[in-house]
Design a protein around this ligand. Sequence first.
Ligand code: NAD
Ligand code: UFG
Length: 332
Amino acid sequence: MNVLVTGGLGYIGSHTVVELIENGYNPIIIDNLGNSNITILDRLEKLTSKNIKFYKGDVRDKELLRKIFESEKIDSIIHFAGLKAVGESVEIPLNYYDNNIESTIALLEVMNEFKVFKFVFSSSATVYGDPEKVPIDENAKLGATNPYGRTKLFIEYILKDLYESNKDYNIAILRYFNPVGAHKSGLIGEMPNGIPNNLVPYVSQVANGKREYIRVFGSDYNTIDGTGVRDYIHVVDLAKGHILALKKLEEKCGLVIYNLGTGKGYSVLQVIKAFSKAVGKDLPYKFVERRKGDIAECYSDPTKAFRELGFKAEKTIDDMAKDQWNFEKNIK
Ligand code: NAD
Ligand code: UFG
């Protein structure tokens, strides 16, 4: 079965391509290399011993999409392509609305032309904004707090409206919590450009000696140790969730929404501890001011995905730290 994977050379997309191949699917990638590198394709081919069809281009380019749908018999789509940096989205909001929303609309239009109705969308826990309570289930109040989050929220509404207009669609909206870690081979993982925004890439660069110490944003949150709590999920577990979502679409499920998380929250200090263990030395950190816009606690209620998809994240925080470090220490 041919699955078009937009953004398939990115962090989550590349891990999902591996799982697709391992589960007998045939991934076809489109990526504009805006936040990835062509070397990932070679690594994916090495890892899977398969030739992988790749189109370099932008998902907003409908002519290119038509060419792909004409040449490949696309059965379903997993739409990862998008911009994802919260801070940057505040600086250049139009780029975010243009890239994330236009690419989705272009894709949905061409899908409709070719009568392809199965769609998996990468949403985010960011659509819950500042949650009223944790753990967060799928019925929690929605409300994003920055342009990036709003692109995800708007796309969710677009998908709901589309489904209301035509019940031929089968759509899975997956709300990811905090993906971290890397493939155990050490060949693929997250390679942020410049100074990492997210905690785990930052911690691993400190471990690698690229940065001096970890800045812990805030020590006075109302949490277990005063630092922010998040639901970190191993990227390979997350990737496997997409296979289960595709299977759900094949059952003609209509529009479904799932949290993909572990259901467990870890504080910044607990993450640093797990990393220190993986690296074999204490990693230096300093408390600094809270980061603007951060919330105290965010973790999922993953019950619905378990009940309806059979999804359960298997990997522990120690696995995440070990695999992330295995990847990081091999980056030249
Ligand atoms: P990533 O930046 O590593 O991957 C995205 C890929 O899409 C990149 O390879 C990039 O080159 C490509 N791309 C971007 N815009 C494109 C376009 N218009 N046309 C073609 N290719 C394009 O990001 P990721 O971490 O793998 O995230 C994948 C998806 O998951 C994104 O939609 C992101 O918003 C969502 N998400 C990520 C996280 C996270 O913390 N990583 C959390 C929640 C949701
Ligand atoms: N943190 C630090 N120091 C750092 C970076 C982060 O202390 O250098 C703290 C934050 O304050 C927070 C926790 O580590 O308490 C996690 O921060 P991240 O930046 O790693 O992740 P966020 O939860 O802020 O956001 C991420 C993505 C969002 C996405 C969200 C949920 O950046 O796009 O996860 O999926 F919406």
